[in-house]
Write a protein that binds this ligand. Sequence first.
Ligand code: AG3
Length: 283
Amino acid sequence: MTITSFREQLHSGFFSEYEAEEVYFDSATEHQRLVVFKNPKFGRMMMLDGVTQTTEADEFIYHEMLAHVPILAHGNAKKVLIIGGGDGGMLREVLRHSSIEKCTMVEIDSSVVELSKEYLPNHSQGAFVDPRTNLVFNDGSAFAREPDDLYDVMIVDSTDPIGPGEVLFQDTFYANTRNCLHPDGILVTQNGVPFLQADELRNSLMHLKQFFTDVSCYLATIPTYVGGPMAFGWASNSKSHRSVDVEILTERFAQSGISTRYYSPEVHKGAFALPPYISNLTE
Ligand code: AG3
């Protein structure tokens, strides 16, 4: 009996390979090769151009940490902008805050949204039909040049800097993120696994420092983004957002009424503690 499997192609020199009990979709979209299959450990999972994007089992870690950390650090966010995020998991977590009045999501590949609705419905859990959702199909870098509004929090839920996601790691895009944000807004970005992708983080933060006064990163460990903790870029012109006390976060979190499986005010604070091999990349 042959076992079907998919091998991740992200890093050179070693590979993660996932057994596929069932393959739901495997074809090229207008922008990339998209695969959805079921793995015995991680449940349904999606790969784009040979890179694991999201799995049913561990998506909560990534989505909770990219949504709740900036929203609760801000404390008064009403409008959130997501760049990418086609599976709808980020939209779901953002909209769990009843204080959010509008969430714009800008996805380049409409097939990712359509196929995620069909095969990964637990990611969006109805978020696409929430009246607060403003779904735009466009290139995130083009949108950031002329945004429709000013946002309190901007979340870059992108692929890695290869293929369609590459422009989202470049200087022009980072400069334009300021067009999208209120002066006290917060930008967070998916910035790879620094143990294996050190240059990616170093470059992103270096660019961001030209445009924001407070730039750093925070961490979370997501099992299928292999190689150690993942780094999320953090940029703001308001230093106080990164140093909010745990007591205040606890109050805001309780107020939100949200229950989480990874995020907690203590985890939020701790996520900004960086081991030297990572803090060196932020200097
Ligand atoms: N997109 C981020 C995938 C990054 C994978 N990178 C890596 N393993 N270095 C996730 C989309 C979820 N909404």
